[in-house]
Design a protein around this ligand. Structure first.
Ligand code: GLP
Length: 260
């Protein structure tokens, strides 16, 4: 895992956007796995800026979002589809027919989940998967105890995640208890992963995922087994990393051809 520590949240978000932009410039028809939450908002703003100012072209890009709440009506302001429309899709030129989400209103959820996996395969697989991390170490909505081989399926949120996400809904009661999420195994199939973590509230989860044991107790730790995974953090999220100095040393001594 390559661990990149940036001084500020904005710098970390720009670094993540640069990595995504390099992917799209290198392969115009990239398949991107996308994430929601407050962390990637700055990434999406920067991508929109690169689209406007530097003509970063998304015309051939296909996207698959990681997860969606179950049961929120179409257009609900807290649905992840709406989040993505607001922060990215309304600002860049990804064709609507190549944007994919789990459908939280599907009548047959298991069949829909199987279909989502098929759609990812038919698109050629995910080239680059963007991820955030929950304070309990979840990725997508793969809560602690998720199988590290899991595929897209329904999950029940932990009370901690419900509480963490209540800030978007106004109250804990309004947060759905169920979600559809790509599995850890689905995420691990991506050719490359990029996890962005910002702020002190993520420091413990970040240290666990990068330096702790690989365990279903902290699903993001599965990424230690991923051959092409970058972890981008700001200083606040890096405070619990034991080998932070080594990661900085590696980054500073990176050969020029490896830089984005
Ligand atoms: C949700 C999302 C995750 C995200 C996490 C952290 O649970 N399903 O994909 O990583 O929130 O969100 P935030 O970036 O707001 O801390």
């Amino acid at each position: 895992m390559e661990i990149i520590i940036k001084a500020t949240a904005v710098e970390a978000q720009h670094e993540a956007a640069r990595i995504i932009a390099a992917q799209v410039r290198g392969k115009a028809a990239s398949v991107l796995g996308l994430a929601t939450g407050s962390t990637p908002i700055g990434v999406y703003s920067h991508l929109a800026e690169l689209h406007q100012k530097e003509h970063l072209d998304f015309a051939q890009v296909t996207t698959f979002n990681l997860d969606e709440y179950v049961g929120l009506p179409e257009g609900h302001p807290q649905s992840y589809r709406e989040f993505m429309r607001q922060h990215l899709f309304s600002r860049v030129n990804i064709p609507a027919h190549r944007i994919h989400f789990p459908d939280g209103l599907a009548a047959d959820i298991p069949a829909h989940c199987a279909g989502y996996e098929t759609a990812i395969r038919q698109a050629g697989g995910i080239d680059l998967q963007l991820l955030g991390i929950g304070s309990d170490g979840h990725i997508g909505f793969n809560e602690p105890s998720s199988s590290l081989a899991s595929r897209t399926r329904i999950k029940t949120l932990t009370p901690r995640t419900v509480k963490d996400n209540a800030r978007f809904f106004g109250s804990v009661e309004q947060v759905p208890r169920h979600v559809i999420t790509m599995g850890v195994g689905t995420i691990m199939d991506a050719r490359a992963c990029l996890l962005l973590a910002i702020g002190e509230s993520k420091a413990e989860a970040v240290a666990g995922m990068a330096e702790g044991p690989i365990t279903a107790d902290l699903p993001a730790s599965a990424l230690q087994m991923h051959p092409v995974c970058k972890l981008v953090v700001d200083e606040a999220a890096a405070t619990r990393l034991r080998r932070a100095d080594y990661y900085r040393w590696v980054y500073d001594n990176k050969p020029s051809w490896q830089r984005t």
